[in-house]
Design a protein around this ligand. Structure first.
Ligand code: ZN
Length: 98
């Protein structure tokens, strides 16, 4: 049985499929920035979870000087770190047309 040290499971309630995508948005307060993670989801749950992330972002109140980019879809690479994530603007455009 192959070792999977950090099995990542879909974030959606009631779903335990392996996560394939990360939904995250870049946040900044003007001096530091970070990738704010909304959730890790499987392909089947991506559309619903991404729509929820978009709605959450719209409802999000920011302090003066803070910025929060629109949520993005990133492919989870096995064993990869944040900097190695591949962004999927094509999926974002399909799932959250603005
Ligand atoms: Zn799922």
């Amino acid at each position: 049985m192959p070792m999977s040290p950090y099995p990542v499971v879909c974030y959606a309630a009631g779903c335990d499929a392996p996560a394939a995508y990360k939904i995250a948005a870049k946040w900044s307060d003007g001096t530091t920035d970070e990738l704010k993670t909304y959730g890790l989801v499987c392909a089947a749950c991506l559309a619903a979870q991404f729509a929820a992330a978009c709605a959450k972002r719209t409802a999000c109140r920011l302090a003066v000087g803070e910025t929060l980019d629109a949520p993005g879809v990133y492919e989870l690479s096995r064993g990869g770190r944040d900097r190695a994530l591949i962004r999927r603007p094509d999926l974002e455009a399909q799932l959250c047309p603005s």
